[in-house]
Design a protein around this ligand. Structure first.
Ligand code: ADP
Ligand code: ZN
Length: 343
């Protein structure tokens, strides 16, 4: 287990890499810790939770809602959780988001940390302090930016991650490569999901590199005044598609990245659209889907990131270099129509 501390403007976060779940009790006293997890993770790793206080949630994004937070709060009261208690979210992004949110409001805020168990949570969701819940069809509509005290990485937990969950994490990894890290893009091009999964050392390296990349962006701009917006690459259209169609987050973001790549070629002379498509396909993600432009545009224009009549859209000037470009909301409708008509 190695430790590295990332100092954000609001608080430091201790990140433990190459850890083993059993070492968690070195960080948190079992009497003070309360683990929040979901039923899938609990049953897949049952023995690891022995002698810990555990609150188990139903799995799935549809439970990332206020009613679940209320139920967790009632269980915390029943467990007599107090200001000394530490909530530990052991799970994917749903569990970590909810844990950070509840910990931030229970008794006006208690300590919390994460043990991410999905690829997506490891490289993205658990990093950066955004915690929240969905409201109706609006994702992450309510929440708070508050850093966890620690992140704890045990990549052996991934051994039970369902097949279809892997590509969700890789969509975010490809995103990081596109906006910030050209060498990592080349590395992704040179290997494949299967190869990475079989080689723990390479997977650990990729995880560490992505934690470092995302933490760096968040460190420079914790409250999303500037650079942190880059992390929305592929997500504006992605979120709109995700709410309207039966797509995973990774699939929706992949399609969003292809659209942003296509628009980058048109507006900024980005030359690597073909490479982007090939890489996205290599990691089991879709590159084309036709959609109802009006329906999607109506959701897209309500995006939290909209500023009056223009949108901060994230494009690429080249692989490894994301740019924030202001696009009039009305122009986007035309671009979407043109993109949707491509074969
Ligand atoms: P995400 O991490 O993609 O944001 P979730 O928290 O919903 O979203 O996790 C995705 C799914 O994978 C959930 O059904 C969750 O129970 C399951 N899951 C996450 N990590 C593991 C794991 N290590 N082993 C088994 N199932 C897992
Ligand atoms: Zn995402």
């Amino acid at each position: 287990m190695t430790k590295r501390t990332y100092r954000f403007s609001s608080a430091p976060v201790d990140v433990y890499f190459d850890a083993n779940f059993r070492q968690l009790e070195k960080l948190v006293d079992k009497k003070k810790g309360i683990i929040i997890t979901d039923e899938n993770i609990f049953s897949a790793h049952h023995s690891k939770f022995k002698n810990w206080n555990v609150i188990t949630l139903k799995p799935g994004e549809q439970f990332k809602i206020q009613a679940t937070a209320d139920s967790v709060i009632e269980q915390l009261i029943a467990l007599e959780a107090d200001r000394q208690s530490v909530l530990i979210g052991v799970g994917g992004g749903v569990v970590t988001d909810l844990t950070g949110y509840v910990a931030s409001i229970y008794m006006r805020g208690i300590r919390f940390g994460f043990v991410p168990t999905s690829m997506l949570a490891m490289v993205d969701a658990s990093i950066g302090g955004k915690n929240g819940i969905d409201v109706g069809e609006y994702k992450n509509m309510v929440g708070i930016i508050r850093q966890p005290s620690f992140l704890f990485y045990d990549s052996s937990l991934l051994s039970t991650l369902p097949e279809k969950e892997w590509s969700n994490g890789f969509a975010e990894i490809i995103k990081h490569a596109c906006i910030l890290d050209r060498p990592m893009f080349k590395l992704l091009e040179s290997t494949s999901l299967d190869k990475l999964r079989k080689k723990k050392s390479l997977l650990d390296d990729i995880i560490r590199r992505n934690v470092h990349l995302k933490s760096g962006v968040v460190k420079r701009d914790e409250f999303e005044q500037g650079d942190r917006k880059l992390l929305n690459f592929g997500h504006t259209l992605g979120h709109a598609l995700e709410t309207q169609y039966e797509l995973t987050h990774g699939q929706a973001v992949a399609l969003g990245m292809i659209f942003a790549g296509w628009l980058s070629a048109k507006l900024l002379g980005y030359k690597d659209l073909n490479r982007l498509e090939t890489t996205i396909a290599t990691y089991g993600l879709p590159t084309r889907a036709s959609f109802d432009v009006e329906k999607v545009f109506n959701v897209l224009k309500m995006d939290k990131k909209r500023v009056s009549k223009t949108m901060n859209y994230i494009l690429l000037s080249r692989t490894g270099k994301g740019e924030i470009v202001q696009i009039p909301v009305e122009d986007l409708r035309g671009y979407l129509t043109e993109f949707n008509a491509l074969k």
